[in-house]
Design a protein around this ligand. Structure first.
Ligand code: ADP
Ligand code: MG
Length: 239
């Protein structure tokens, strides 16, 4: 498995008490698989991604990335591991206003010590793959919300990660554009052999997912792989 989380417990201090954000969560995703995690706001979805991204250390449990147990690594080792193995897409495309789409990607090459100039072909290829050919030289203010999210996704792939972690990529988009972003993530997952975990609260977007999980109050459960209609079934409690 490219990514596996086993028996993860994560608590946050909450006044005198502690809040259990992840309650013995296990999840494994292999190359070429897209796992979707859905669930109401506050259920622990972003916490799960933060643990998978090695940004937060769990209280207990094991995180393995590309075969390595990561919870015992030093901060420097974890940041190298993130740089070399992980692509992370946060909810808000955090794109510097002064950089063109192409430069947003080239910065990633620069940060990992590679020549931005030599990285131009790959950056163009990725922008093309996310549907932005012809818009390489636009700055963020001349791109739509969906296009900015596409730049964000292409940027996360720039260093050739094995694992892609995506938090609510569609929350700023209308349903149609959101569905297209999810379809794009499914295509990229297959094409690049990524192990992708995508968090979404929109059940209508789960068509491309290989496995669907729901998070409820810190607990993760696998949902039955039914045919996914556009609307939630009665009894679904997804906010
Ligand atoms: P989701 O992404 O599903 O909305 P989160 O993982 O953000 O859920 O949050 C899970 C729970 O943990 C919530 O009750 C939230 O308030 C709490 N929480 C999240 N981050 C922190 C933090 N840094 N400190 C304290 N509590 C937090
Ligand atoms: Mg969240």
């Amino acid at each position: 498995m490219s990514l596996s989380l086993t028996d993860i417990v994560l608590t946050y201090p909450d006044g005198e008490r502690t809040l259990t954000a992840l309650d013995r969560v296990s999840l494994a995703v292999g190359a070429g698989e897209l796992a979707a995690v859905t669930g109401p706001s506050g259920s622990g979805k972003s916490s799960l991604l933060a643990v998978a991204a090695t940004l937060i250390a769990p209280d207990s449990g094991e995180v393995r990335i590309a075969g390595r147990e990561v919870t015992g690594l030093s901060p420097a080792e974890r940041s190298r591991l993130r740089r070399d193995h992980l692509g992370i897409v946060f909810q808000q495309p955090n794109l510097p206003a002064s950089l063109t789409a192409l430069d947003q990607l080239l910065v990633m090459a620069h940060l990992s010590g590679r020549s931005p100039r030599k990285a131009v072909p790959r950056a163009r290829e990725l922008l093309d793959a996310v549907g932005l050919s012809g818009k390489e030289h636009r700055r963020p203010h001349r791109l739509s919300g969906g296009e900015r999210q596409r730049v964000n996704i292409a940027r996360a792939l720039m260093n050739g990660p094995e694992i892609l972690l995506v938090d609510e990529p569609t929350s700023a988009l209308d349903h149609e554009r959101g569905a297209r972003i999810v379809a794009l993530l499914a295509d990229l997952t297959a094409e690049h052999g990524l192990a992708t975990v995508m968090v979404t609260h929109d059940l209508g977007h789960l068509g491309g997912a290989r496995a669907v999980f729901s998070m409820d109050d810190g607990r993760l459960a696998r949902r039955a792989p039914a045919a996914w209609p556009d609307a939630a079934r009665p009894g679904d409690r997804v906010g």
